[in-house]
Design a protein around this ligand. Sequence first.
Ligand code: PLP
Length: 455
Amino acid sequence: LRNDELDRWDRECFFHPSTHLAQHARGDSPNRILRTASGSHIEDRDGKRLLDAFAGLYCVNVGYGRQEIAEAIAEQARELAYYHAYVGHGTEVSIKLARMVIDRAPAGMSKVYFGLGGSDANETNIKLVWYYNNVLGRPEKKKIISRWRGYHGSGLVTGSLTGLGLFHQKFDLPFERIIHTDAPYWYRRPDPAMDEAAYVAHLAGELEALIEREGADTIAAFIGEPVLGTGGLVPPPAGYWEAIQAVLERHDILLIADEVVTGFGRLGTMFGSDHYGIRPDLITIAKGLTSAYAPLSGSIVGEKMWKVLEQGTDEFGVIGHGWTYSAHPIGAAAGVANLELIDKLDLISNVREIGPYLTRGLSEALAEHPHVGEVRGVGLLSAVELVEDRETRAGFDPSRKIGPAVAGRMASLGVVARAMPQGDIIGYAPPFCLTREEADTVISVTAEAIRAELG
Ligand code: PLP
């Protein structure tokens, strides 16, 4: 297709997700259309190469152009492109992947239910939690606590779980059974004089007060990302997860760890739960499961829930939850090849080395800049938070769109980072194969773009 045709058809026919539709139709938003990619680089239709420091949407963890995964997908498509996994059926490749996932999962995890994307996996989780409490004969214990700034998808239930206003406004969300508490955000703690322990105690206290206000017998589960992702890339303070788990255990509330971003190595451990000592009842996986070579997600179910679900089907029959594409063999083939590659290339060790190198480098290059409020990171997940005033930590007027301007400038200099949707936060989640030279480029381009936009 010629460029003018592509642009025209794109405007005339294509409904882009999460896009300002009117701006796109007018042609006043950037239109980066990609043709190919390899390693940590993507290439657009004009042959311009960019270093992708966000791995797509933090998902192409093993990097682009991996022939092993492409071959596995092609081979699976030739042998058996599709068969379903409903009662009494399955495919060899999806069973193999289930084994690999459970072998890598934290202790106590028992089974994996495969879906397609992170949103549907969280939808599955909520249904399983409700089913669980129905089997236990406590149908009133159904509310889910999520966190402001958390991101768990954009369906009706998952968009309700997501704690970002954009996903609620004009959609009449959140649904009434879904309530929110504060996520940990050290840089924006209510009182800068608080130390970490006091801040953690404050958050745990807020959670406990919410549970007591609502009534513990109405609350089924708490969902959280080990590290807040789309809401700002914010690692929790020390002791946060231990304190939250103590509250949940006291009130017999299940814990869902949404590891769509953190699963399969992003923090330098196989799961974020391993990194923070989280003991979840359910784990959501997607992105890194296949490095996005094909859509596949999963809900990993812990032993405690599994026993109750099994008992439920003895009482009520088949569990009424499934999609045509649950455990799709092509996604499963991508998953098997992807996890094998992560092991073979020891990519998680590289995350442990290059992640801190990147965060440290960003910090050294930017810490003194008058508009850099905080540089933070864990594993290969980093962020630079830009503020109007370092003293008061006041952000820029959102209408100035400083984050998108800096990210746009970076792209013109050859590096893709993500302007996170809330606050002027530049996010980094590059492929695990990022080299030191590439990390140096990300750092210097960030510094140059910030200087160009903010002086
Ligand atoms: N959960 C988390 C933590 C995510 O970051 C995302 C997507 O970014 C989702 C769930 C939703 O996944 P999907 O976009 O595949 O539906």
